[in-house]
Ligand binder design. Sequence first.
Ligand code: HSE
Length: 431
Amino acid sequence: MSDPLRIGIAGLGTVGAGVIRILQQHADLIAQRAGRRIDVVAVSARSKGKDRGVDLSAYDWVEAAPDLALRDDLDVVVELIGGEDGDAKALLEAALGKGIAAVSANKALLAHHGCALAAKAEQAGVPLMYEAAVAGGIPIIKSLREGFAANDIKAVYGILNGTCNYILTTMRETGRSFADVLKEAQDMGYAEADPTFDVEGIDTAHKLCLLSALAFGVKPDFEKLATCGISTITATDISNAQELGYRIKLLGISKILDGKIIQMVEPCLVPEHSTMGAVEDAFNAVFVEGDFVDTGLAVGRGAGAGPTASAVVADLIDIARGHTGVPVFGVPVDSLADAQWGDPGDMVSRFYMSMIVKDEPGVLAEISAIMRDHDISMEAVQQKARDPQNPVPIVIISHEARQAAIAAAIESVAALDSCVEKPVLMRIESF
Ligand code: HSE
């Protein structure tokens, strides 16, 4: 058997402790598969004394994570600190600069600085692996870089945040509040350190940036991504969707439209009996459309210690095997293009709209006139109560319309005296 692969791990939170657990529990199995052992040599985290449920006594303790890169006894650093800057970035820059291979689960860092880091890795001739950064246990990075490499990719989309999917599923099944279910998702180790990143769609956007880069050979460009999360979705929207035969899912969508890439992150209605509608709990699903392969789908747990750590260890096994020659984003950094981004306003779909309005004669006529003036045809309109003393909910389903037209129409509805709350607008996607 060859010499062991010597690794240093920075960050011993949910995922870091999960990586140590797998490496300890499956040491022999991994050695057999990789052809050599993977030995943890040093670790670094904020608090040395904390009980993480794993035995760290055999490893050197390094106080400052970036100092791992100063050591001469490491083949790989594993960055599980998180955050788009700070120690995570310093460690990866130092390690790659010195020619040490790197594994990271840090989608925020890669979405913002992926190109520069990939250039450093390429220059040094070492791998920068990040399977755990997108969709936890689903090997979607490897699939896009290798398995789908023969195809011109037309679209990549799906459910990319386990926390949001868990919240939406549990709210629908139990009627419990958003805040209550979010707390549970945090306790289960699904959510980011700052759960705003999950519920406001930022985590999905980070992941989608990386998928777009891999699918379309463009530089990751987080700034160009329009993002909307799930924090304003109410139990009423969830039950309205259910009554209509839909489920609400936070989707990341990246597709080619008229030669440009349209990227968006937003909650959408999907048919409850569709494949996407059936992906529940903390599961993720990623669809890939290629010209020869047609549509491929991968489903699996997208969050939590086990799935995410499993992806980190898979990267380590690839490095141990010497399977390291694949460019970070599927093509050499010099070949990554500046993307031509399209306008999500050009996307045509059916839409769900809900609004709270005064229950008076003429209100529906006003709303209909606004829809007509924006060239929007309505498939269904439902007033969901009758109460002349109090505002009532109205739900509208449109026929196919341009997003920009619907957005303008909803703004006009919001400005009506009869409309008492900001209306809700969601795309209906039929995958
Ligand atoms: N917080 C992420 C999620 C898990 O809920 O999907 C790690 O990417």
